[in-house]
Design a protein around this ligand. Structure first.
Ligand SMILES: O=C(O)C1=C[C@@H](OP(=O)(O)O)[C@@H](O)[C@H](O)C1
Ligand SMILES: C=C(OP(=O)(O)O)C(=O)O
Length: 440
């Protein structure tokens, strides 16, 4: 049995304040930097996102056990067999946290610990071969435990850097590039990363470099080559900003309301998060964003929607939000830059097509351009949304409660991955949220 959610909204007027948790992306980077900096860098405003909480716990435990084994070595007592066994191949289960999986792969590749990194059933289908190949060229000892190219993987320690120059494909996931950049300052020979072909999700790479820069790490980026030499972190703190991807669901709610005035605290126009582009995207839907009072004020102005083409390559996590809003407004726009969606928490293209199909909306692909067809759209009395272990399927569809009489969501806690307070926040803003036991 799992906790499903019934969601309803009896009016279309939104007015309130929302405090969002810290960005999962920023927090995951900050935690790895903190661990690599050996305490010099301190993370402030750690995110409540389950993925970040899990990563923080793993890094803490790993550092504690390293400190403990050093104590054993320093002390008289030689470790007994069971202690040696415990030190061997610790199994780390990262669940559905893709970013954490990729970052930890690079992190453990240069540690002495022998660990097996594994995750959810879906994680075992999310490719990691490109990153593993790059780390092997650098000098890491990594084996696949089940299928080549996919988790689980065994990181065996004994890293000895062979080269500082590697090439990596840029169009599959920017997370591989970030993972390598994060460990670059700790590599004796530094890193010169040649990005082959197109770079997807570019703002996430820029976020990584900016956070390294704040931590005292210099880089150069010329053409398709990013270089970071072996460097020391400086003593500083990294403040995790509120999550703009989470903010996108409130923009969507504003877009589907008749009248909306919302205040999202803590957000600034100078964010490192590429998803802050939601302000520009939603301006097309009549949502104005004013930064004042230490946050952003959203206001809905009714005006016709003119933009028909959206390239989401730089903000893939906004794709579901924007496509669902367009479907609700019968705005038959087209979308590009969606290629990476198929290897995220679920195949998000298929999931969108299936769930939008439940109200007669089609998302049709031709030559990598996806177009909405709302000609067969209808309003069901109640709609059951399958969430496919994907937090963003639940959160992107929830704003539809403003235009549908009743919605039901499979697996409410799926939102915990990045925004655990999501259903509570909806309730605070006047949505009716009811939990019920459903079939797993
Ligand atoms: O680096 C990051 O924090 C992320 C990068 C993006 O992934 P891709 O680079 O695989 O598109 C994004 O979808 C993910 O949610 C978070
Ligand atoms: C793709 C996402 O996360 P991850 O890759 O970290 O699992 C996401 O949060 O939308």
């Amino acid at each position: 049995m799992m906790h499903n959610i019934i969601l309803k909204r009896n009016n279309k007027f939104i007015n309130g304040t929302v405090n969002l948790t810290g960005s999962k992306s920023e927090c995951n980077r900050a935690l790895i930097i903190e661990a690599l900096s050996k305490g010099k860098v301190h993370v402030e405003n750690v995110s409540d996102a389950a993925d970040a909480v899990l990563l923080a716990g793993i890094l803490r435990k790993s550092q504690e056990s390293r400190a403990k084994s050093q104590e054993v070595l320093v002390g008289d007592a030689s470790p007994n067999n069971s202690e040696i066994e415990n030190c061997k191949s610790e199994i780390i289960d990262i669940g559905p946290a893709g970013t954490a999986m990729r970052f930890l792969t690079a992190y453990y590749a240069i540690q002495e610990d022998e660990v097996i990194l594994t995750g959810s059933k879906r994680m075992k289908e999310r490719p990691i071969g490109i990153l593993v190949d790059a780390l092997r060229v650098l000098g890491a000892n990594i084996d696949y435990e089940e299928n080549d190219g996919y988790p689980p993987i065994k990181l065996k320690g004994g890293f000895k850097q062979q080269t500082g120059q590697i090439s990596i494909k840029g169009n599959i996931s920017s997370q591989y590039i970030t993972a390598l950049l994060l460990i670059a300052p700790a590599l004796p020979l530094g890193l010169e990363l040649h990005i082959e072909g197109e770079l997807t999700s570019r703002p996430y790479v820029e976020m990584t470099l900016a956070m390294l820069e704040t931590s005292g790490i210099k880089h150069t980026w010329e053409g398709n080559v990013i270089a970071i030499s072996n460097q020391e972190f400086t003593t500083t703190s990294l403040y995790v900003e509120p999550d703009w991807s989470a903010a996108s669901y409130w923009y969507a709610i504003a877009a589907l309301a008749d009248e909306a005035e919302l205040f999202l605290t803590g957000l600034t126009p100078y964010s490192l998060q590429g998803d802050s582009v939601i302000t520009e995207i939603m301006a097309n839907f009549g949502i104005t964003s004013q930064f004042r009072d230490g946050g952003v004020h959203l206001k809905k102005e009714n005006k016709p929607i003119s933009r028909r083409e959206f390239d989401l390559k730089e903000c893939p996590d906004l794709a579901q939000t924007v496509i669902v809003v367009c479907s609700a407004l019968n705005h038959e726009a087209s979308f590009t830059g969606l290629e990476t969606l198929k290897i995220k928490e679920t195949d998000r293209i298929l999931a969108l097509q299936t769930e939008l199909g439940k109200m007669g909306v089609k998302l049709i692909e031709k030559d990598e351009v996806y177009t909405l067809d709302c000609s067969g759209k209808f309003i069901p009395d109640s709609i059951f949304i399958n969430t496919y272990h994907d937090h963003r399927m639940a959160m992107a569809f929830a704003p539809l409660a403003l235009v549908l009489p009743q919605m039901e969501f499979e697996n409410g806690p799926v939102v915990d991955k990045s925004y655990p307070a999501f259903w509570n926040d909806l309730e605070k803003q006047g949505f009716e949220v009811e939990e019920f036991e459903g079939k797993a």
